[in-house]
Design a protein around this ligand. Structure first.
Ligand SMILES: Cc1ncc(COP(=O)(O)O)c(C=O)c1O
Length: 484
């Protein structure tokens, strides 16, 4: 007999210990079915008797329940159990300079969702066009390809063609098919821009206040971030002359994030002229340009670009779902190859099935039909929020940035900026999620001394929005009476 072969008893004890650890970690919650003894034996390459012995022991100890002819289940009454596996000592890993810069920036806080959440970026699950998406996916699945392989890293040609036509129809943007790169959300697009265009120490212009997820990308790349203030019309381009040259500027000209300004034509020209003069690339993040409630969507900055300085980033995160992780870049011809290869290195390509489904939706008019509906629904939500804020807070609150997009900022002019965090905490204690604007400022000294809350409205129905604002007012009243 081979003395080194594991003895069945030890093997079944190890299987039992591993399953206990998985139960303790919630991999198998109370009531969940474990794999059948037959399937697990095949997976682990042991005899069924060995697995059965492990299950018998877990049953005897009360971790699982078995019934003849059915799969074993975790005992329904089981509460949290301490993991029986001793934690292995953590080995020392030296983080790269990138890793260290990444962790030096504050990460978004993870907290359970409150009952009524005004979190910006969330959409209502009811808005997703389930039928149209299912039809598109079904049609794609039925066209079974002869081989399954890797495709063009820039994305499916059919989707890039559909996007090219859509971008021209909807955003007045003309580009070649090879300029389009399908990415996993604009976040990946911004990340690819940083990888390809920014070296440690390079200066990157960002709007202040601005989009934290983009700031983290450029900061982790080692960029020296140059914050430029925004006003009601977006980036104050008049300040660009005083800041010197930069390698890149990241902007949200169609709807400044978070304050909502739409960059006027003269500022667009000034921004392009500055970029040309100093050789900077502009990243135009057009994250919610489809939503304008008072007029037609404004043209993209990219449409004014005559010299190939602008990289345009779009996404379906606000039109379909942030969970799809589908976005697109339109890059200047000179950068086509670099972006294709960077995307290939990052993850080879965006998921093919979803790309093909989106191509169908764009091609058969379903996307724009859905968008018209989403616009109507979000217009109702926006109206409900504006009315609720006016009725509940009156002159106490001033709204900024509500003409477009899916969020607005509510300024409490008489309340100092330092009170914001306490206001958000009081709201959360009352089951309402609202988000201070403070963390979106890069230059804390430059921010106005008044409290502001970012309120996204696309995730809630009008009734919940009204109830949420009433409860917010009650929660804020208790903070005020406690501090007076
Ligand atoms: C300014 C800005 N850009 C982009 C996005 C969307 O990112 P993604 O396409 O990666 O979901 C958001 C989402 O909230 C955003 O606020």
């Amino acid at each position: 007999m081979d003395a080194s072969a594991p003895r069945p008893l030890l093997v079944s004890a190890q299987i039992g210990a591993d399953l206990k650890a998985q139960i303790a970690q919630g991999v198998y919650p109370p009531g969940a079915a474990l794999p059948s003894t037959r399937a697990l034996a095949v997976e682990l390459g042991v005899s069924r008797t060995t697995v059965t012995a492990a299950y018998d022991q877990l049953t005897a100890e009360g971790y699982i329940e078995t019934r003849p002819g059915a799969r074993a289940r975790v005992a329904a009454g089981l509460r949290e159990a301490a993991s029986p596996v001793a934690a292995a000592p953590a080995p020392a890993h030296r983080l790269s300079a990138f890793g260290q810069r990444l962790l030096a920036e504050p990460a978004p806080p993870a907290a359970p969702a409150p009952a009524i959440d005004f979190r910006y970026g969330d959409l209502s699950g009811d808005d997703f066009p389930v039928l149209a998406w299912r039809r598109a996916l079904n049609a794609v699945l039925l066209r079974r390809p002869a081989r399954l392989g890797y495709g063009d890293p820039r994305g499916l040609p059919g989707l890039r063609a559909a996007l090219q036509a859509y971008l021209w129809r909807a955003r007045g943007l003309r580009c070649g098919l090879d300029q389009i790169v399908v990415v996993n959300g604009s976040q990946q697009g911004i990340d690819l821009c940083a990888r390809l265009l920014v070296d440690p120490g390079d200066r990157v212009v960002m709007e202040d206040p601005g989009y934290g997820a983009a700031r983290r990308v450029f900061a982790a790349a080692g960029a020296a971030i140059v914050p430029v203030p925004v006003d009601a019309e977006g980036l104050q381009t008049g300040r660009l002359a005083g800041i010197g040259p930069a390698r890149l500027a990241y902007v949200t000209p169609s709807h400044q994030f978070p304050l909502g300004g739409v960059l006027p034509a003269a500022r667009r020209q000034a921004l392009l002229a500055w970029a040309e003069a100093c050789g900077a690339t502009i990243v135009e993040d057009d994250y919610d340009g489809e939503y304008r409630f008072d007029a037609r969507p404004v043209e993209a900055l990219r449409s004014l670009d005559r010299t190939g300085r602008v990289i345009y980033a779009g996404t379906v995160s606000k039109t379909l779902s942030p969970q799809l992780r589908l976005g697109y870049l339109v890059v200047p011809p000179a950068l086509e190859h670099a972006f294709a290869e960077a995307k290939r290195l990052a993850d080879r390509q965006a998921p093919g099935l979803e790309q093909a489904a989106l191509a169908r939706l764009l091609g058969d008019g379903g996307y724009e039909r859905h968008l018209r509906q989403a616009r109507r629904r979000n217009a109702d939500r926006r109206a409900a929020l504006l009315a609720a804020l006016a009725e509940t807070f009156g002159a106490e609150v001033r709204v900024e940035g509500a003409a477009a997009g899916l969020h607005l900022v509510a300024w409490f002019d008489g309340v100092p900026a330092g009170a914001e965090a306490g206001m958000a905490a009081a709201a959360r204690a009352a089951g309402i999620g609202v988000y201070p604007v403070g963390p979106l400022y890069f230059d804390a000294a430059a921010r106005p001394d008044r409290a502001g809350l970012l309120l996204g409205f696309a995730g809630n129905e009008p009734e919940a929005i009204r109830a949420g604002i009433r409860r917010l007012a009650a929660a804020l009243a208790t903070v005020r009476s406690a501090s007076s």
